[in-house]
Ligand binder design. Structure first.
Ligand code: LHQ
Length: 261
């Protein structure tokens, strides 16, 4: 499949999706939302892909909704439908993709792009990156999953403050708040993300994906429900080649050769 608003590359079992509208700070128009969704779908279907990296081209990760494209649609447009038909599909595709997604946050992630960044599983931020809930600046509430994802990561007080101030939260503060996993010098971001992705892509992909499923499901249940879900999901992991290989490698005192199956 060919794309116009993103770059999509697969190498050594790692898919890299680059948001590519740098003149607009990678703002999402409808086409970019659709193409990013399609790229994640493609990454799920392709068994050779075992990790995905999402990043932006240029100085921003993404400035969120392309406001000029949205305004061109006129006053009668339904924001709710716009969200349901666009961002919701993208967010669902990301959280249901049972492979790790690394967000390499190269610059500002504003508005809906904050939600997209939060839907990645591991976030590595450039030291020049920042996060901004720009919504209130234009009289909107946070969307694209932010209300669900962000308070779980940083707590409601900080999330609400971010929403109503629309302050830019710099990378070091994002790290202290638990919004990102690592901060690295901007010039090293691509290299660090690729190295981490490479090592994840050599791992037990089914277990990584099922862990994501188990943790996502656990938010919706109590401890007893989570225990039962773990037993059910572990049954699946326990039938993989990689489980047998991991145990054999341990007993034989050698490095495991995972195949992602
Ligand atoms: C842009 C944008 C942009 C268009 C930079 N759109 N052109 C969901 C449903 C429906 C409707 C509404 O929204 C949503 C969800 C949302 O995402 S709401 C939040 C939307 N995003 C924003 O409000 C952020 C708008 N952008 C900014 O505040 C600034 O651009 C930031 C703080 C991101 C960066 O500021 P600067 O570094 O000073 O860059 P800049 O403002 O000069 O931007 C560079 C160019 O990119 C500029 O174009 P130009 O032709 O003048 O060079 C901007 O107009 C354009 N651009 N963001 N979202």
């Amino acid at each position: 499949m060919s794309y116009e608003t993103i770059l999509f590359d697969v190498k050594d079992s790692v898919a890299t999706i680059i948001l590519n509208r740098p003149n607009k700070l990678n703002a999402f128009n409808d086409q970019m939302v659709e193409e990013t969704t399609a790229a994640f779908k493609q990454s799920g279907r392709d068994k050779d892909i075992r990790c995905v990296v999402l990043t932006g081209n240029g100085r921003a990760f993404s400035s969120g909704q392309d406001l000029s494209a949205f305004t061109e649609r006129g006053d009668t447009v339904s924001i709710g439908e716009h969200l349901r038909l666009g961002y919701h599909k993208l967010l669902k595709q990301m959280v249901q993709l049972e492979k790790p997604i690394i967000g390499a946050i190269n610059g500002i992630a504003a508005g809906a792009a904050c939600g997209v960044a939060l839907a990645t599983d591991i976030r590595i931020a450039a030291d020049s990156a920042s996060f901004m809930l720009a919504f209130s600046k234009i009289g909107l509430i946070p969307d694209s999953g932010v209300n669900w994802l962000l308070p779980r990561l940083i707590g409601q007080a900080r999330a609400y403050e971010m929403a109503i101030t629309a302050d830019q939260i710099p990378a070091d503060k994002a790290l202290a708040w638990g919004l990102v996993n690592r901060v690295v010098p901007a010039g090293q971001l691509a290299e660090v993300a690729a190295a981490w992705a490479g090592s994840l892509a050599a791992g037990p992909t089914v277990a990584f994906g099922l862990t994501k499923r188990a943790m996502n499901q656990a938010w919706n249940t109590d401890l007893f429900g989570a225990l039962e879900a773990e037993a059910y999901i572990q049954e699946i992991a326990g039938r993989t080649h990689d489980n047998k290989e991991g145990v054999a490698a341990f007993l034989e005192k050698r490095a495991a050769q995972f195949r992602g199956m």
